[in-house]
Structure formats: C-alpha cells, structure tokens
Ligand binder design. Sequence first.
Ligand code: PEP
Length: 253
Amino acid sequence: MKTRQQIVAGNWKMNKTLAEGCELATEIAQRLKATNAQVVLCTPYIHLPLVHDLIKDVANLNLGAQNCHQEDKGAYTGEISVEMLKSVGVDYVILGHSERREYFGESDELLAKKVDKVLAGGLLPIFCCGESLEIRDADTHIEHVQAQIKAGLFHLSAADFEKVVIAYEPIWAIGTGRTASPEQAQDMHAAIRSLLVEQYGAEIAEATSILYGGSVNGGNAAVLFAQPDVDGGLVGGASLKAEEFITIVEATK
Ligand code: PEP
C-alpha cells in the first residue's frame, strides 16, 4: 500500500545560467542531510542533464521538469517531449503551473492530455491548481480548485491517480511575498482531500501528497507544513538559494 510522502519541489522557473544552476545543485546536494522527504529540483530544460549527473547519487534528491509537450514527437518547434525528459533522468514534471495557464493559455483539457502523457512515460506529474484573488474574494475558491482537479485528473484510473502529486498554489501568493495563512492552506488541502475521497476512496486520498505553494520561505515553511493535510511545498523564489531551500526541506514533518 502506498503511504503519503512529504515532498519539497524547487521550481527554478527561468532563472540561473547553466553554470549558476550547477553551482546551486551542487550546494543543495552537499547540504542535504538524511531526510524522509523527497526533494525535487525542477530546473530549466537545458540544465537537466548536468544537474542529473550532480544529484543522481544523493538519496531522496530527484530531478524535475517544469513542463512538457502533450505529443510524442514531431513538428512542434521549441517543445520538449516526455521521452526527451526521460532520456536525461527526469523523475517529476510540473504541469498546470498558474504561469503556464495564464501566460501560455494552458487549458484544463490540454493539461489532462499532458497528465496522460507524463504517466504513460512513467514519470510523476506535480499537478498545480489554485485561484486568483478575485475568485478568493468571491468566496468560490474551493469550487474553483476542485473543478481544476476534476477536469485535469479525474479521468485517471485509481492506479494512475496514485502516482499524481497535487500542488495547491493560490495565485495571489505566488511570488508576492504574501502566503496563505496556515488555516487557509489547511482548509483548501482538506477540501481537496475530501474530493479525492469521493472519487478514489479514503485509502488513495490519504496517500496522496498535496503540496502548498506560494511564497514559502525558510521562516514560514514549518508552520505551513505542520498542517495535517499539507505534505510539503512547491517553492519558487526561495528554491534559488541553497541554504534557504535546505531550511525549507528540514521543515517537513
Ligand atoms: C511557484 O512558482 O510555484 C511558487 C510557489 O513561487 P514562489 O515560491 O516564489 O511564490
């Protein structure tokens, strides 16, 4: 039976030259002490093979991509396939980050196809969901996030769904320095988990990792991760500094 895993994933976004990225990965690999959590470095595509070589022998340190294309191969200039990601040692793929949804028009339908492709390739999706400030102010945030999860994931069989990691990231908290309060995070994570119970049953819902993302840092990680339904974090800005990122990893349960 699968058990719930604590996970901290660093989303480097479009930051760091190759040399800077290798330096960051090396420092994280050196500083990471034995941990129960799975740690994932989601680097820009061009960094992946070199970062893979730098972290491959470190227990619990994994490689992640920030996106992939939904087709196997072909005339898709500038895109990267799941097979390509596999060939350089990627384990996890972030899908549906709010920046991809907003700036690149990624729809729920497209994301459902990407989820299928990632799973078919044997990789693990980190599926992002989250509401805008407008939606939160209208008090429809729970329905909104539950609808994103239904549309992106609920076509999956239980066996496939078990491999999915969910990341709740309120858009108003991403890169703004404004985090959800621990109570706001817990309320949403509990609402997500109860939706999963309805669809896949209590055992699978209990075993699903639900990460919180949105201005997580070395100072607030412990209180957020202490919430019963928060199973670690997806971290942007604070993942670019090795020392702070390690503090965040050490804040997991
Ligand atoms: C993110 O982009 O996934 C994120 C959570 O960013 P930040 O931690 O910088 O808010």
